[in-house]
Each structure stands twice: as structure tokens, then as C-alpha cells.
Design a protein around this ligand. Sequence first.
Ligand code: 6PG
Length: 258
Amino acid sequence: MTEIQRLQVRVFQDLEELSRVAAELITVLSKKSIVSRGRFVVALSGGSTPHRLYSLLGSPLYRDVIDWSRVYIFWTDERCVSKDHAESNYRLAHDAFLSRVPLPAQNIHRIRGEDEPGKAAEAYEDELRNFFSGPEAIVFDLIILGVGEDGHTASLFPGSSALDERMRPVVPVYFQEPKINRVTLTLPVLNHAAQILFLASGRPKAAAVHEIVEDGNPKQYPAGLVKPLQGSIMWMIDQEASSALARPFHTSVLNEQR
Ligand code: 6PG
């Protein structure tokens, strides 16, 4: 039996408009989750694209409309550096909004990038299992993801054995010097999310966006493997990142057989 997966693609004038709409969407999602489940559990990605969104969430406009006491923050991945390192995904979110909103410290579940990657992955897995109270139930209300020019997302890179992981929710990713080792959520967790928001901006992402959204080879473009089993997925892209799409999308809905 084929399932119809509804993949939404929304194109915005620029990263500013994309970020503002994303902040609005997150506000609405947080209210719905808190009303129905008493909490809003989010996994944040790193990289530069979400920085403006994170800054908006920390601004008075959104700081005062989201019930941060019911928001729980995790990360999709982390670089294996200290939490105050310039490359730290924790630091990115902390400086942009976590340090500016009334979110209880115990609601923040960072990946310990300062530890050995394998140990950091094990500790984060324990934290996930304790929080979600069971091996099967790691279900985020929202996961925010970016995409690299090579089609990677989180720290799931083309050709990585992490792409084949189906048991562990978190794995270490080792690189040869000088690249920094990482820790990442695996596809089973990403694909159990209730809502995925992919953010992509700029012409350098256009080819990957075309391959992933229209007809790519997912193995070559790992972001194309993110297909929530029950949840929804929306690609939020700006004009430049949409420039290689075969047809102009404007809040279009793609039905995809799978
Ligand atoms: C990270 C992210 C990574 C990021 C992409 C896109 O830790 O870097 O999780 O997957 O989303 O590399 O990065 P940019 O937004 O900087 O283009």
C-alpha cells in the first residue's frame, strides 16, 4: 500500500521573511503542543541559517508570547567542542535566545560536546530515554533542520554509516583532522518527529534543494531521507535556494508516493 506523504514547500523573498514566518509557525506550534500535551519539545539544529530565527525567538516580540516554562530544548547534533566554543551549536542557541527567554535551565538538554564523542552520544541517549520515558517514544514536537550544499542534515553526511543506524537514537560521527568530530540524532528519531521544519537559504543550497525536494538520490543527499512516518515536513526556502527548482513553488503542496 502506498502512503501519500504531503511535503510542503514554501518559498520566501529572503531569509528575513523566512525567519519571521518560521518564528510565527513555532509560536503557533508551541501553543498547540502545550494545550494538547502540556509541553513543547524541540530539537534545534546548528549552522548559520537558523540564527536569525533564533534571534527573533529571543526578541521581545516572541519572548513574551511563548510559554517558555513549558518548552524543552534539545539539539539535533553538536560539534565536539566546549559549550563556549565558537563552533558550538549550544552556544549559537544560547547566545541568540536561550539566554534571553525565561526558560528554566533544567529544560535545556545539551549534548556534552566537551566529552569524548562516544561518551557524549551515550549520555545524550540516556537523557533522551529518561525524558521520553521509554525506548520507542522519542517523539519531538518539532525538529528544526538545515541542509548543507552536499545534502547533509544534522550531522548525517553523504556516505556516512550513521545513515544506516536504525537502533541507536544518537551516534558519534568521527572525522579526520582538522574537521571536528560530532554527535548526531539518527534518522529514526528525525522520522518520528511530529513536525520537521527544514530551513534553506542562498543560491549555494539550490542544487541540493532541487535534488531533495523534487527527485534526488537520498543516499547522495541525506536530507532527502528525512520523511516523517506520521508527522509533517515543511521546507522553508528563500528565492535563491529555490532557483534550481523545476517549477516555481508558492506555498505549494507536493503529493509524494512512497
Ligand atoms: C550543524 C548543522 C548542520 C547545518 C547545515 C547547514 O551542526 O552545522 O546541524 O546540519 O544545518 O550544515 O548549515 P548552514 O545553515 O550554516 O548553511
